[in-house]
Design a protein around this ligand. Structure first.
Ligand code: ZN
Length: 150
């Protein structure tokens, strides 16, 4: 199929993990890399929408304190993880370090950035506590992020 993740057997993966999902060379030679940052085991567990939403806001804002290569961090519709798109080629270690630093920041955040009706399309649909709990759990399994398959 056209979509990389549609060709991934989601029964075989072992969340949490970080996986290079796609690498594209643009017409002028620039490279972008897309990573599958999987928080929960597909078809077994998922994050609730306010948690996903607040993680999205927090990660989008705070990751850019650590890197100027972040293009996008977006939730998967299945609510089991996110896609992190970065400029250039990025090794697992580089991406893992960025994710670790960003999630560590999230643990001590005192508010969800832009969680209001001016800056967000559903400003009341947030939970700082939920995002911090998910970040804490993901960080607790840091040693397993490089293992994609069971
Ligand atoms: Zn929002």
């Amino acid at each position: 199929m056209n979509v990389e993740s549609f060709n991934l057997d989601h029964r075989l993966v072992a969340a949490p993990y970080i996986r290079l999902a796609d690498r594209k060379v643009l017409p002028h030679g620039d490279v972008i890399s897309k990573f599958d940052v999987r928080f929960t085991q597909p078809n077994v567990a998922h994050l609730v929408m306010p948690t996903i939403h607040s993680l999205e806001h927090l990660f989008a804002e705070k990751s850019r304190d650590h890197s100027d290569r972040v293009i996008d961090f977006s939730p998967m519709g299945c609510q089991t993880g996110f896609y992190l798109i970065v400029q250039g080629d990025a090794s697992f270690d580089e991406v893992a370090a960025l994710v670790e630093a960003t999630l560590t920041d999230i643990l001590t955040a005192t508010e969800v950035p832009a969680a209001n009706d001016v800056q967000c399309g559903w400003g009341s649909n947030h939970t700082l506590e939920g995002a911090q709990a998910a970040a804490r759990e993901f960080l607790g399994q840091r040693g397993e992020w490089d293992r994609v398959f069971a």
